[in-house]
Design a protein around this ligand. Structure first.
Ligand code: CP
Ligand code: NVA
Length: 359
């Protein structure tokens, strides 16, 4: 009777049986258990940087990713909420993980993915961003783009009438950070209080971690060579987040200092896509930044290693990269569940079935 009373109050409410057997109430597609507040709706939003998403929204995306992973992987469910939807996946640069996770993930949800490169469409070459955004918005329901210039994504999203997803720009790679957070949550059973050490370039990967990790209660220790530091605007934004969420940020040029007592050691290529001509200078400047066993020896005893991939041995040696402390394969797989969570939640509210992970 009490349940019926609750149902009576919620226009779109539907009683659902959860995997743990208790009953909760789905409203607008989200689990609203008697104690769980309604989850945020992200429908219609752009996903260009985690800077635009609150702690609660990032947690919601991670919860949806965990829910999708359980439904598809553990329960072998058929779940096709995106039947009838089309998604364009546009790449100006190479990609294995982002392309494959988004294309297979969109199809798994029942949608129709279109993979496009800049050899395929006019965008930015023969047609303005404005005009392309208007036209593409008439054909597909969501647009994921990997671009050289973040400013192109911003411009495109201003004129598009569909959600735009950043599939990597020179400034940010927010999809990667979501997968990293999911991997760490699964490994440690929490995120709050973890300390992440970055050893390497002040690039798009660490910029995105800086926009996401503090919101989850994580501390950051960042070591970059002096001529390859972080974007100062990103550092300023991160300092604000650190203050707001009561965590810590430490920036240095000494990798050993960054790794000291860290739970997570993260690195990436020294030469990002588009920087190939700088290879010689970069390899020279990054000497001493290869992640090695020596660096891990000063980390927390329960340390782990992350790398967005693709990896080259110069930035991390085989002993660390292939060790049982390395979570890189789970991290790569989680690109799929997290991009699915993003694509789905920007298009539809989603009925969560699995209990909320502990953050
Ligand atoms: N980590 C990542 O984005 O990999 P890809 O370049 O293969 O997409
Ligand atoms: N920093 C790298 C990440 C690749 C996934 C790049 O931008 O090329």
């Amino acid at each position: 009777m009490a349940g019926a009373a609750v149902l009576g109050l919620c226009r779109f409410a539907q009683k659902v049986k959860t995997p743990t057997g208790f009953l909760s109430y789905a409203t607008h597609g989200n689990v609203v258990g008697q104690t769980e507040p309604k989850q945020p709706s992200l429908v219609g939003r752009h996903f260009l940087t985690l800077k635009d998403f609150s702690k609660r929204e990032v947690q919601h995306l991670l919860w949806v990713a965990a829910d999708l992973k359980t439904r598809f992987q553990t329960r072998n469910e058929k779940y096709n909420p995106l039947v009838g939807k089309a998604g364009a996946l546009y790449f100006q640069k190479r990609s294995t993980r982002t392309r494959m996770s988004s294309e297979t993930g969109f199809a798994l949800l029942g949608g129709h993915p279109l993979f496009l490169t800049d050899n395929d469409i006019h965008l930015g070459v023969n047609e303005s961003m404005h005009d392309s955004a208007k036209v593409i918005s008439r054909f597909v329901d969501v647009f994921l783009a990997r671009v050289f210039n973040h400013s192109d994504l911003v411009e495109f999203s201003k004129h598009a009438t569909i959600p735009i997803i950043n599939g990597l720009s020179e400034l940010y790679h927010p999809l990667q950070t979501l997968a990293d957070l999911q991997t760490l949550q699964e490994h440690y059973g929490r995120l709050k209080g973890l300390t992440v050490a970055w050893v390497g370039d002040g690039n798009n990967i660490i910029h995105s971690i800086m926009m996401g990790a503090p919101k989850m209660g994580m501390n950051l220790k960042i070591a970059t060579p002096k001529d390859y530091t972080l974007e100062s605007a990103v550092v300023d934004d991160c300092k604000e987040l650190i203050k707001e969420h009561g965590t810590e940020l430490y920036i240095t040029t000494d990798p050993m200092e960054a790794c000291e007592k860290a739970d997570v050691i993260v690195t990436d290529t020294w030469i990002s896509m588009g920087q190939e001509e700088e290879k010689q200078a970069r390899v020279k400047a990054f000497q001493g930044y290869q992640v090695t066993k020596k660096m891990t020896s000063v980390a927390s005893p329960d340390w782990c290693f992350l790398h967005c991939l693709p990896r080259k041995p110069e930035e991390v040696d085989d002993e660390v990269f292939y060790s049982d402390k390395s979570l890189v394969w789970d991290e790569a797989e989680n690109r799929k569940w997290t991009v699915m969570a993003v694509m789905l939640t920007l298009l539809k509210d989603h009925a969560l079935k699995t209990p909320k992970p502990k953050f």
